[in-house]
Design a protein around this ligand. Sequence first.
Ligand code: SF4
Ligand code: SF4
Ligand code: SF4
Length: 149
Amino acid sequence: MAFFITDKCVGCTACELVCPVDAINGVKKELYFIDPKICIDCGACGRACPYDAILDTYGDLAVKVRRTEWPKPVVIDEICSGCKYCIDICPFDCLSLEDVEGQPWTAVARLTNPKTCVSCYLCEAACDKGAIVLMAPENVAPAASKRFQ
Ligand code: SF4
Ligand code: SF4
Ligand code: SF4
């Protein structure tokens, strides 16, 4: 199953703008639709829709969530190898390699463009080491949370 847009849709485009895989199409101010063959069930559209028009994978109404409360990727420096898999897969160019403070010979992935992150989990899924994990903003250590702003 995939996410699904109901006839409550007013064609505001909010969902289309956050979909990381371009699964959503439509004409502005008309009913939008999701291609179930492309949707990866990330939930971004459901969190973004202001009109309660999107059902999740289980047929339940997706709840709108303020963007500042969406989960964000946090990198575990000790595990990250700097392979760039997560950086390359991110559809919104949110991640970059950065030197670790005090260790200029070590570069790790960082969320350098947090405002464009849609919390799609593609980066987390791409990392076979488990070095990048999405966390709710309130569960992130203060040093990391500064990067979300
Ligand atoms: S965000 Fe909701 S109302 Fe707006 S286009 Fe998407 S489904 Fe329709
Ligand atoms: S659940 Fe994610 S991948 Fe599927 S249509 Fe919504 S934003 Fe796109
Ligand atoms: S969750 Fe990861 S892959 Fe998805 S938009 Fe955010 S940084 Fe990019």
